[in-house]
Design a protein around this ligand. Structure first.
Ligand SMILES: [Zn+2]
Length: 329
């Protein structure tokens, strides 16, 4: 099986990911309790238009609208009998937009259930759910699987195991280090890159979280610990969430995200994209930055002596954003 992502990186030096799906679906009218994945069949034109927006902005990778596409997440919407159908539909729409030149990443998010021994979900049960989702994504034509926003290594293990039962396409993994530079379950960036590389995952990184400054520190740590052959990936949120007119918006401008893309390149990150709050405007600015010359000089934008360096933010907006992140990536 050829690895189209690694081929692209070898050819171009790096690959530009895409931006938020949930943010764009909400703009298109998805309501709070709605199922994003159901839109792959009920609002196919809207989903296609979001994919097309990122393709036109210059993204090399189009990520499927399937972040909540496992049995457990779809069950919240009584859609657990439609796992294959909804994942296949999302992937087929993305494949049509991506054509032969761009890549399709099959988004696989957490199940939302806690794993044993803390919670009820066994590795085998989780793996079965991931295998079911992966089968739909593969049938729809993805080029690789993007396991994203993970906080538990056990759940990543279940995802990698389950996906490999269903498909021999490559698996890429990003985790979210939003709790003092660790995942909610306490995994450090160094642990993540070393453990996942040991499991045969080649492209490893971070997504979501508290904006570019936080992810820069995380990717710096990952770069220090990176085993030979590991490729790094970063998909930062577009800054921090703020309440504005009763809605959440993110404070990272396209210029901020262009600067972030440059700094990621300086750290040796080779797959660079964005997450919550980002739009095609942000991705277009990142594309322009990455098509230009690299930074002449890089200096970390964070203070390594500050373990607790955490940008202060509106706690209500953060809680609401966490709620949103459960339904999007
Ligand atoms: Zn996000």
């Amino acid at each position: 099986m050829t690895d189209r992502l690694l081929d692209l990186i070898q050819r171009q030096g790096l690959a530009l990911g895409d931006g938020a799906m949930g943010t764009m679906l909400q703009r298109a009218g998805l309501t709070d309790g709605g199922s994003p994945e159901l839109w792959n069949v009920t609002h196919a034109d809207a989903v296609r238009a979001i994919y097309q927006g990122y393709a036109d902005a210059g993204s090399d990778i189009i990520t499927t609208n399937t972040f909540g596409g496992t049995h457990y997440r779809l069950k919240l919407h009584h859609l657990q009998d439609r796992v294959f159908e909804l994942n296949q539909a999302a992937a087929a729409l993305a494949r049509a937009v991506a054509g032969a030149d761009k890549l399709v990443a099959g988004s696989v998010g957490p199940t939302g259930e806690l794993m044993e021994p803390i919670g009820p979900l066994t590795i085998d049960e989780a793996a079965a759910a991931f295998a079911e989702q992966a089968a739909g994504l593969a049938a729809g034509g993805v080029d690789f699987f993007l396991v994203e926003t993970m906080s538990s290594l056990d759940e990543v293990q279940a995802a990698v195991q389950g996906i490999r039962q269903a498909s021999d396409l490559p698996v890429v993994v990003t985790m979210t280090f939003d709790t003092n530079f660790r995942t909610m379950m306490g995994v450090t960036p160094a642990q993540a890159v070393q453990t996942l590389h040991g499991w045969g995952v080649t492209v490893i990184g971070a997504n979501c979280g508290n904006g570019p400054a936080e992810i820069e520190r995380i990717m710096w740590e990952m770069a220090q610990a990176r085993p030979a052959g590991a490729v790094l990936m970063a998909q930062s949120n577009a800054g921090l969430p703020r309440w504005h007119d009763g809605e959440i918006s993110y404070d990272g401008t396209p210029d901020v995200m262009a600067g972030y893309a440059q700094r990621m390149r300086a750290l040796g990150v080779q797959v660079i994209g964005a997450c919550c709050g980002s739009t095609p405007d942000h991705l277009a600015a990142m594309r322009r930055a990455l098509d230009g010359p690299p930074l002449a000089h890089y200096e970390p934008a964070f203070d390594l002596s500050q373990e607790q360096a955490k940008p202060p933010t509106d706690s209500a907006a953060r809680r609401a954003a966490r709620r949103t992140q459960r339904t999007e990536s």
